[in-house]
Structures are given as structure tokens and as C-alpha cells.
Design a protein around this ligand. Structure first.
Ligand code: OGA
Ligand code: MN
Length: 296
């Protein structure tokens, strides 16, 4: 007798946003076990579109962690006081306060950046799951904006490409600009600074999977210089490249809905949050991060 094999029905659909990056994936419930084929399609879409998102998900922290681990080892944030007590892998990104104190990171991502670029091996990707989203007059507030640093590289003049390739930028935690209204615990920041020397990363890095070249510098204190260049020349080049990246033509603006699971590639994407709301409007995200490789 021939044993009946389980039929795998994939109904997964990938719909590009129409912007320079980003695609919505529908037809999959991330709370259930993914088939190998589903995961392969999701990972391929991630590499092709750099930002992918799934609507109407309801992931428990366990499931969020499980999905995250399919992409690699989880990075546990040193900001432990803002992690879920039951799940140190899940960081709260939120403006919500209890007893006048923030319960999560309230100032994440106010300036254009790629996550945690100031360490030797910055994360491969970050995954946000929207639990609460501020709404006003029928419009969701607190968008996140993303730009394709791969499309931005392709669009550079040849002369600038040649000049930038081979250079290494100095990434600094210490000089990172903070939002003026930040309430982050000053002690934590000081302790973190002590442990974080500056690191060098290529100004133009090559994506470890797609091989695309990506601009990997940002302004606002993320990158404070370039190895071997006088400061003024270095900062001019950093600002030029950073401003080049954030043009509208390379941008996707994500309007959040409760239940969204969205992930971005920290090599081919820079992102920034729009803080256009305040309490009593609440925004609450569960965030996980996957370890990456040293940029080359
Ligand atoms: C982050 C981040 C932006 C946002 O979590 O790394 O930059 O819109 N968040 O919450
Ligand atoms: Mn970020």
C-alpha cells in the first residue's frame, strides 16, 4: 500500500508595495508551523524586497521568538529593563508609561539609521510586531519610514562610487544623537557607553546573500568620521551619502495596523520613526533582533 503523503498547500502571496522596497506577504499565519516551502518563499521575498510585512497576525511572545529564530540567532538587547520579563529576547518599543516611568524604549529610531551599527557584527534583521497603534481621525500615526540603501547605491554617480568603495567609516554609540524628549535612564546610557568602543565598517557594504552593494553610513552622530580622511572631508562625504539615501524615490512609508509583523534588512535598509503622536495615544511594539555577520 502506498502511504498517503501530506499535501502541502501554499497560498502565500507576495505583493510589492510599489515603492523602491517593501512587500506585503499574505496567506500565511505566523502562529502556526511554517512549511519549509513557506519559509523559503518568505526568506526569498525578504532578500528581494528588504522590508516585508504580514497583516493581522497575533503572535504570542513565544511564537514571535520562534519565528525570529528561523532567521538566525536572537540578539538579546542590553537594555534589559525594557524587555518582557518572561521573554528577555522581546524588547518593548513604546511610549506607554506606568507610574510616570516608560515601560519600554520610547525614543527608538528617531533619526535615520541602521540598527546597532556601532558593534562589530550588526544585526541581520529586526522584527516588529504591532500590539497597539495610535489612531487619530481615522489615520494611523507613528509611521516608520524605510529607504533602500541598495537602490541608493545603484543611483550614485560612478565617481562617487569609486571614491566611497574601500573606505571605512567610524560608527559611534557615544555620539549617537538622542531625541530631545528622551527619558531613557541616564545611568544605563553611561554604563553602555563605557563598554562600547567605536567600530569601523565599510562605507559601501556588500549584502551577504544578494551581493548587492549598499550605502552603510548615516549622519546625526551614527558615523563620526572616515578612516584616513580629514574630518571635514569625511563628514561632507557622510552627509552627502546619508542625504542621498533618504530621497523620496528610495522610500517606503509604513502605516501600522494592530497585528502587523514587519521585518527589515539592516544591510539594505535604513529606517526612521515618525513621532507625530503623544499620550494618551499609545503605540506598543514587540521587537526582536537577529544576529548578523561582520559587514564587508
Ligand atoms: C527600532 C526602530 C522604529 C519604530 O525598533 O529599531 O527604529 O518606528 N523602531 O518603532
Ligand atoms: Mn531601529
Amino acid at each position: 500500500m502506498v502511504e498517503a503523503k501530506p499535501q502541502i498547500h501554499d497560498h502565500l502571496t507576495v505583493t510589492p508595495t510599489g515603492a523602491a522596497l517593501g512587500a506585503e506577504i499574505s496567506g500565511v499565519n505566523l502562529s502556526s508551523e511554517l512549511s519549509d516551502s513557506e519559509f523559503e518563499q518568505i526568506e526569498a521575498a525578504f532578500h528581494q524586497h528588504s522590508v516585508i510585512f504580514f497583516r493581522n497576525q497575533n503572535l504570542s511572545p513565544d511564537r514571535h521568538v520562534k519565528f525570529t529564530k528561523k532567521f538566525g540567532e536572537i540578539e538579546i538587547s542590553p537594555i534589559t529593563q525594557y524587555a518582557l520579563p518572561s521573554h528577555p529576547e522581546v524588547l518593548l518599543v513604546t511610549n506607554v508609561e506606568e507610574n510616570g516611568k516608560p515601560i519600554g524604549l520610547a525614543d527608538a529610531g528617531r533619526f535615520w539609521h541602521s540598527d546597532i551599527s556601532y558593534i562589530e557584527t550588526p544585526p541581520r534583521c529586526s522584527i516588529l510586531h504591532a500590539k497597539e497603534v495610535p489612531f487619530e481621525n481615522g489615520k494611523s500615526l507613528g509611521e516608520t519610514h524605510f529607504v533602500s540603501t541598495a537602490a541608493a547605491f545603484d543611483d550614485l554617480d560612478d565617481g562617487i562610487k569609486q571614491k566611497a568603495i574601500g573606505l571605512k567609516a567610524i560608527h559611534s554609540f557615544r555620539h549617537k544623537k538622542r531625541a530631545a524628549d528622551t527619558k531613557r535612564d541616564a545611568i544605563t546610557r553611561r554604563d553602555q557607553q563605557k563598554e562600547r568602543p567605536n567600530v569601523l565598517h565599510p562605507v559601501i557594504r556588500t549584502h551577504p546573500v544578494t551581493g548587492r552593494k549598499c550605502i552603510y553610513v548615516a549622519s546625526d552622530g551614527e558615523c563620526i568620521g572616515i578612516e584616513g580622511l580629514p574630518d571635514a572631508e569625511a563628514l561632507t562625504l557622510i552627509d552627502y551619502l546619508a542625504n542621498h539615501c533618504i530621497q523620496e524615490k528610495f522610500k517606503y512609508r509604513h502605516q501600522w495596523q494592530v497585528g502587523d509583523v514587519l521585518m527589515w534588512d539592516n544591510c539594505s535598509v535604513q529606517h526612521k520613526t515618525i513621532k507625530d503622536f503623544d499620550l494618551p495615544l499609545r503605540r506598543l511594539m514587540h521587537r526582536t533582533t537577529v544576529n548578523g555577520t561582520r559587514p564587508v
